[in-house]
Design a protein around this ligand. Structure first.
Ligand SMILES: [Zn+2]
Length: 81
């Protein structure tokens, strides 16, 4: 019996993330292996990285379904853009 891939998966280290630096407003994308995963039960996991532009600590968020997700500035709730 030969094992056949019916749906290609993605190892966690290769999960795509993106975000915007809160300091210099640079937008970036990266992989999970590029930062440290912060587990947040309330808001969901995110990635702690260093901004590639200014070097300040910055956050990146997992891409879901190919869409950028971000935090609504007013309500603080998560949304798909
Ligand atoms: Zn920055």
């Amino acid at each position: 019996m030969t094992i056949v891939i019916t749906k290609q998966g993605t190892p966690p280290s290769k999960r795509p993330y993106n975000g915007t630096c809160g300091y210099c407003k640079t937008q970036y994308k990266c992989l999970q292996e590029d930062g440290d995963v912060i587990f947040d039960q309330r808001d969901g996991d995110f990635l702690r990285i260093k901004c590639p532009s200014c070097g300040k600590p910055a956050n990146a968020y997992p891409l879901r379904g190919g869409y950028l997700i971000g935090q609504d500035q007013r309500s603080g709730s998560w949304l798909d853009r």
